[in-house]
Design a protein around this ligand. Structure first.
Ligand SMILES: Nc1ncnc2c1ncn2[C@@H]1O[C@H](COP(=O)(O)OP(=O)(O)O)[C@@H](O)[C@H]1O
Ligand SMILES: [Mg+2]
Length: 255
C-alpha cells in the first residue's frame, strides 16, 4: 500500500500546461529527491502535495485520505529562502510553526506552556537550544535554515516538503545539513520530498530520484506541453551507480 498516491495529475496556469499526467506512488518513510530544469513545475508539484493548490485534473491522496482542501499540520514545508519570522525569537518561531495553522493561530494558558516545552524539545533536537531567546538575524545561514526545518517539524508532520532547502548555503554547511537531515529522518520515519538542483545531493539523500522533464517538445511552441516524471531512479545502496556529469549539471542549473 502506498502512502502518497499521485494519480494522473495535471496543472496549468493561464491555459499554459505546466504538469501533465503525473503519476507516482510513494511508500511511507521514503525519501524522494526531485530534479529537473528550472521552470518545469517542481515547486508547483510540491505546492500541490502541500495542498496549497489543487490539481486541475487528477488527485493526490496521503494515507488513503480524501484529497486535502488546504495545508494541514500533517505536512511541513521548507523553502530555499529562510521562511522564519524576523520579529520573533528562535523559540517563538518554532511555536509559530505549530500554532499558526491551528484554528486560533495561537495557544492559550496550559496549552501555551506545553507548546513551549515541545518547542524546546525541537530546539534541542536541531541544536539551537542555546539560542532559543535570540532573534534569527543573529544566526548564521545554516542555523536559520535549521530553524526553518525545526519550524516545519514542530507540528510533527508525516510528510516533509523541502524546496531547494540548502541551495543558499556554503558547501561545508550544506554537508552538515545533510547529516542533520539524515539523522532526523532516521529518528522520525517521515516521508520526505526534496527538490534540488544538485544531482549529487539528490542521489546521496534520496531513496529515489525523480526527474521532471517534458516528454514532448514543440520547437515552434515551447510552452505547448507540460512536464511529467520521465525517470524514477532507485538511489538506495546497490541502486544504479551515479557519477557527476558536468554537462548535465549545467543544464539543470540553467538559471
Ligand atoms: N501561480 C502561478 N501563476 C502563473 N504561473 C505560475 C504560477 N506558479 C508558477 N508558474 C509558472 O509555472 C512554471 C513552473 O513553475 P515552478 O513550479 O516554480 O517551476 P520550478 O520549481 O521547476 O522551477 C513556471 O513557468 C512559472 O512561471
Ligand atoms: Mg522551484
Amino acid at each position: 500500500m502506498s502512502f502518497v498516491s499521485v494519480s494522473n495529475v495535471f496543472q496549468s496556469y493561464d491555459n499554459r500546461p505546466i504538469l501533465q499526467r503525473v503519476n507516482v506512488e510513494v511508500a511511507e518513510g521514503e525519501f524522494i529527491s526531485i530534479v529537473g530544469a528550472s521552470g518545469c513545475g517542481k515547486s508547483t508539484f510540491l505546492r500541490m502535495l502541500l495542498a496549497q493548490e489543487r490539481p486541475e485534473r487528477g488527485e493526490i491522496r496521503i494515507a488513503g485520505a480524501e484529497p486535502a482542501r488546504e495545508p494541514g499540520l500533517d505536512r511541513g514545508v521548507v523553502f530555499q529562502k529562510y521562511s522564519v519570522f524576523p520579529h520573533m525569537t528562535v523559540r517563538d518561531n518554532v511555536i509559530a510553526g505549530e500554532c499558526l495553522r491551528t484554528r486560533w493561530g495561537r495557544f492559550f494558558g496550559a496549552e501555551a506552556k506545553a507548546a513551549r516545552d515541545r518547542a524546546d524539545e525541537t530546539l534541542a533536537r536541531i541544536g539551537l537550544d542555546h539560542v532559543a531567546d535570540n532573534y534569527p538575524a543573529t544566526l548564521s545561514g545554516g542555523m536559520q535554515q535549521r530553524l526553518a526545518i525545526g519550524q516545519a517539524l514542530a507540528a510533527k508532520p508525516r510528510v516533509l516538503l523541502l524546496d531547494e532547502p540548502f541551495g543558499a548555503l556554503d558547501p561545508g554547511t550544506r554537508l552538515a545539513m545533510h547529516d542533520f537531515l539524515q539523522d532526523l529522518r532516521a529518528e522520525t520515519g517521515m516521508t520526505v520530498f526534496m527538490v534540488t538542483h544538485d544531482l549529487e545531493e539528490a542521489f546521496k539523500l534520496g531513496d529515489r530520484v525523480l526527474v521532471f522533464d517534458k516528454p514532448r517538445w514543440d520547437p515552434t511552441d515551447p510552452s505547448r506541453y507540460g512536464a511529467t516524471i520521465t525517470y524514477d531512479f532507485d538511489a538506495r545502496d546497490g541502486g544504479i551507480p551515479f557519477q557527476r556529469l558536468e554537462e548535465e549539471t549545467h543544464v539543470l542549473e540553467e538559471h
